[in-house]
Design a protein around this ligand. Structure first.
Ligand SMILES: C[S@@+](CC[C@H](N)C(=O)[O-])C[C@H]1O[C@@H](n2cnc3c(N)ncnc32)[C@H](O)[C@@H]1O
Length: 209
């Protein structure tokens, strides 16, 4: 399973989503939608082995966490507006401390960014923090040491902030870089998928031969 956890610092936390103004009044909800699209959509197919979380810290009542399960998603299309309609439906609901399903494969809860990371960590999953100055990804992942269950944490246009960076250091998350350049969050997801796809293919064919 590949999991991505996005901290969306300004993303809206109510169903008051103006579909004509995702970047402005919705607190860069356009960015969240692009990340969802990059996390799941292949040409004419979906990545069913992926889970994507976005944790919203915008107005009016942060935090609100959304969880998208590739194995369960239905009727969602790759375009930003289409994804935003499903996010709006999830944000309109009442959020409890446990996950509740809004539409197939899309869940919502009143959970903190750190709690979601800690839950994954307690499940024994290795946490990687996507960071420009981290260890090159090629040094951490290769076909011989293939890791199937991986969790990648990333920030939005504002990053994740110093306190959450310290938290990730404390729990032993490893910083991993995919480029010497600062990239958009959704492009990071595409690149990580691409690298992991190639490693998985080599791992599988090496084990067969
Ligand atoms: C647009 S960048 C954030 C820029 C922001 N100014 C900051 O200080 O972090 C969005 C996120 O993508 C990830 N990212 C960007 N470039 C990366 C790179 N070269 N390698 C790994 N992750 C990267 C980081 O998690 C970052 O928080």
């Amino acid at each position: 399973m590949r999991e991505f956890i996005l901290k969306a610092n300004k993303a809206i936390t109510s169903g008051d989503v103006n579909l004509k103004d995702l970047p402005g009044s919705c607190g860069r909800l356009d960015l969240v939608c692009r990340c969802v699209s990059s996390a799941f959509f292949l040409s004419h197919d979906l990545r069913r082995d992926t889970v994507f979380y976005s944790v919203h810290y915008g107005n009016p009542s942060p935090p609100v966490a959304l969880k998208f399960m590739g194995s369960e998603l239905k009727r969602v299309s790759p375009d930003e507006r289409g994804i935003a309609i499903f996010i709006k439906k999830a944000l309109e609901k009442e959020h409890l401390s446990i996950w509740k399903e809004s539409t197939p494969g899309i869940y919502h809860a009143k959970k903190e960014f750190r709690d979601i990371i800690l839950e994954r960590n307690k499940e024994g999953k290795k946490i990687f923090y996507l960071h420009k100055d981290g260890k090159p990804i090629e040094e951490l992942f290769n076909p011989a040491q293939y890791k199937k269950d991986v969790v990648f944490v990333l920030g939005d246009h504002m990053g994740i902030g110093e306190e959450d960076e310290n938290f990730l250091d404390e729990i032993g998350a490893e910083r991993v870089s995919i480029s010497p350049l600062e990239l958009h969050a959704n492009h990071c997801i595409v690149i990580v998928h691409n690298i992991m796809d190639k490693i998985e293919c080599l791992h599988v064919s090496n084990n067969i031969n």
